[in-house]
Design a protein around this ligand. Structure first.
Ligand code: BGC
Length: 743
């Protein structure tokens, strides 16, 4: 006999019979109660536990789980901890409430709804993607998950994996770039990290929410094969590798149907083809009808943001009339409970407690170090000598901190004195910049540069008066210009230019000092009309809680730069599939706009540039180092897929990390370009490592819509080992038999 009891301590076994006789009757009584609580038996599968619990719930209790409340300043429930959302639990059955918070870059605190709401701020998603390192993604996820759990949250709305189809995309900074393998792998690792802390992660925004302009009215038009081979593949990989408890459907429409009511996406692909067993929650205010439940939506988030609370009374009525069957309600409840069991929400509820902020800051630091990309290093101007006598630091509020992106992912950063700087940004009359409040993570590059070069005379100019900035640059032995591009949720960048005349400032500084280094803090690629006038260029993205120190250490060489671009930097928007952002500047309110992704289809980013024979400003995968790497002995073996192996050697004099990339360049005679493998490899000087990478067969295949399957055509497959998407080191070929894979 096995005696079970509810609560955190889980099960205990027949040895209990040896307990004192006095306790035996208490035990027997609780055993009866616990035997009925079959769902607390941790030996049962999450599915069995969910079924057992769902059977015990009344209809009213079930419906409670199906819609939530906003939990920010507009919250109407005191039980919410305060952040993005709240779904009440069921006390009678000890079903915990869902306390939901954003998101991927740290635990958010919208409108400072929680008084003690500071959290560790990670670098942006693009910075993490630039590391090409799933281990760092895992550590980032684990870090956020731990903090969230210690604050009392059990759901993180973290796991954004939309592809960067447009270099102006307002939320690209939250996501993992333009490639489905890279984005999916990193999102999957982040999800694993989060969920191992017993916090549900949410892969989002399903799907094709790839522009912010009029995101609620944007209709993404795309073919079936094209979406399976691009955006959906990123989701599919993230879900397979991470097993997220939740998937969040998006605001936009896909092929004419709202994402949260899109039966094809939710029931056909996600739950059907991919056998996804978790639940689908809506984005905040993205539900349009009670029938979205029939399409596959399981939970209406912050329901008050919708026109009606669809999954309240209307759902109950629909059940009465038979428009929504009881079996669907049960399935919705089952999926939510199943995820709660699978991730440990019943067995390991959040425990408020001390957070190790120093350890968490170290995680953000590792990501910042590994994600900074060295883009130009003329005459080896970098790393700078600590003995450089006069250093000018100009612009970018480098005296205050490093910038962060705005919107729901915004983290209010930790700092020693509990303060963080913020700046009000003016968009200007023509809207050529975004307006709003920019938060800076308070690790100021200026201080860090002073620490890295303690004997140097380091002077700062904010860059607002070009004449004074020029004079400082002329005085200095080296001029470091910080250039910023702020991005936020809900708006795309109006163009590729750095806002607020920073291009003119950089050009003026470069004219005054040939030893000018530009440090970019951007949420997206930017155009660089001054590129050939400057000596050094570093892309630091939004570098988080310890960003200033990471930037200084890269500039002075304490850290070897090893980041690689996860997104193509175009020369201009004319190179893009849509030079104009659909819906920008016109269209009546609430008028739907079409975003025609059929132009590029699955050829997102570097794939498009290769197909159109376009030369970007900087290609996907590009990144320099202070050391050098050589490759040898590229081999490709075929079987059910391709297995590629090669040696990589650090031929320089410094320890560094290489990021070899394998691209498919020809598929049974058809030219194309697809990343099919990558690896971040840390190497000491002279060290060689043998690397083997196995391609996910879907990356060798095409999606056959008629057959609803992946098909690998028979023939010769050529792969290239590259330092970037456009820098081949070697190529090799192998033959593959034709093969079909399930969707
Ligand atoms: C965003 C989601 C976010 C939610 C809750 C929405 O506006 O699109 O990413 O999780 O708000 O804050």
């Amino acid at each position: 006999m096995r005696i079970l009891r509810s609560g955190r301590s889980g099960k205990f076994k027949t040895g209990v019979s040896m307990l004192l006789a006095a306790a035996a009757c208490v035990c027997a009584a609780s055993a009866v109660a616990d035997a009925q609580r079959l769902w607390m038996n941790t030996e049962l599968s999450p599915d069995k536990r969910a079924t057992a619990l769902e059977k015990r719930m009344t209809l009213a209790e079930k419906l409670r789980l199906l819609h939530g409340y906003p939990a920010g300043l507009m919250s109407d429930t005191e039980a919410a901890l305060g952040s993005a959302g709240y779904v009440p639990g069921v006390r009678r059955l000890d079903i915990p409430a869902l306390q939901e918070t954003d998101a991927s870059l740290g635990v958010a605190n919208p409108d400072e709804v929680r008084e003690d709401g500071r959290a560790t701020a990670l670098p942006s998603g693009l910075a993490l993607a630039a590391t090409f390192d799933p281990r760092l993604a895992y550590q980032s996820g684990a870090m956020i998950g731990r903090e969230a759990w210690r604050i009392g949250f059990n759901v993180l709305l973290a796991g954004g994996v939309n592809l960067a189809r447009d270099p102006r995309g307002g939320r690209n900074f939250e996501y993992f770039g333009e490639d489905p393998l890279l984005a999916g792998t990193l999102a999957g690792a982040t999800v694993r990290g989060i969920q191992n802390q017993h916090v549900i992660a949410t892969v989002k925004h399903f799907a094709l929410n790839d522009q912010e302009t009029r995101r609620r009215y944007a209709d993404a038009i795309i073919g079936e094969a094209a979406m399976r081979e691009s955006d959906l593949l990123a989701f599919e990989i993230a879900i397979e590798q991470g097993h997220p408890g939740a998937v969040m459907c998006a605001y936009n429409l896909v092929n004419g149907v709202h994402a949260c009511g899109n039966r094809h996406l939710l029931s056909g692909i996600l739950k059907g083809d991919w056998h996804y067993a978790g639940f689908v929650m809506s984005d905040w205010g993205a539900v349009h009808a009670v029938t979205d439940a029939l399409a596959g939506l399981d939970q209406e988030s912050a329901a008050r943001f919708d026109r009606r609370i669809w999954f309240g009374k209307p759902l109950r009525n629909a059940l009465k009339t038979g428009a929504v069957p009881q079996s669907r309600i049960d399935d919705m409840v089952h999926r939510i409970l199943r995820s709660m069991f699978a991730v440990g929400l019943f067995d390991h509820p959040p425990q408020r407690g001390k957070i190790d902020y120093a350890a968490n800051a170290a995680v953000t630091r590792r990501v910042a170090d590994a994600g900074i990309v060295l883009l130009k290093n003329a005459h080896h101007i970098l790393p700078l000598a600590a003995a450089t006598p006069r250093i000018a630091v100009i612009g970018g509020r480098a005296d205050l901190g490093v910038i962060s992106g705005g919107g729901s992912s915004q983290v209010l950063p930790m700092s020693p004195d509990g303060q963080f700087p913020s700046v009000s940004i003016d968009g200007g009359p023509d809207g050529h910049a975004l307006s709003g409040t920019l938060v800076l993570d308070p690790d100021a590059p200026l201080n860090a540069i002073r620490e890295a070069a303690p004997r140097a005379d380091v002077r700062y100019d904010d860059g607002r008066d070009p004449a004074s900035a020029r004079a400082l640059a002329r005085w200095a032995d080296v001029a470091i210009v910080f250039a910023t591009q702020w991005q936020k949720e809900g708006a795309d960048a109006p163009n590729l230019s750095l806002p607020h005349d920073q291009d003119a400032l950089i050009a003026a500084i470069a004219a005054a000092n040939s030893r000018t280094i530009v440090v970019l803090e951007t949420g997206n690629p930017v155009a660089m009309p001054w590129l050939d006038k400057i000596a050094g260029l570093v892309e630091a993205w939004y570098s988080g809680q310890r960003g200033g120190s990471a930037i200084a250490d890269v500039l002075f060489g304490a850290v070897d730069p090893s980041g690689h671009l996860p997104i193509t930097f175009p020369k201009s928007v004319a190179q893009e599939p849509r030079p104009r952002i659909p819906g920008r500047g016109h269209a009546a309110p609430r008028q739907r706009i079409k975003v025609d992704y059929r132009v590029e289809g699955a050829r997102v980013g570097y794939r498009w540039f290769a197909d159109q024979h376009l030369t970007p400003l900087f290609p996907f995968g590009f990144g320099l180092s202070y050391t050098s790497f050589d490759y040898a002995d590229l081999q490709v073996a075929s079987g059910r897929t391709l297995t590629v192996s090669f040696d990589v050697t650090n031929t320089g004099r410094r320890t560094g990390a290489a990021v070899p990339q394998i691209y498919l360049t020809s598929q049974a005679g058809r030219k194309l370009k697809r990343l099919i493998g990558f690896k971040r490899v840390a190497l000491r000087p002279g060290q060689t490592r043998h690397i083997t990478l196995t391609a996910d067969p879907r990356l060798l295949a095409d999606f056959d819509t008629a057959a609803r399957a992946w098909r690998i055509p028979a023939g010769k497959y050529t792969i290239m080992l590259g330092r970037s998407a456009t820098a081949p080191v070697a190529t090799a070929s192998a033959r593959l038999e034709s093969r079909t894979l399930p969707p």
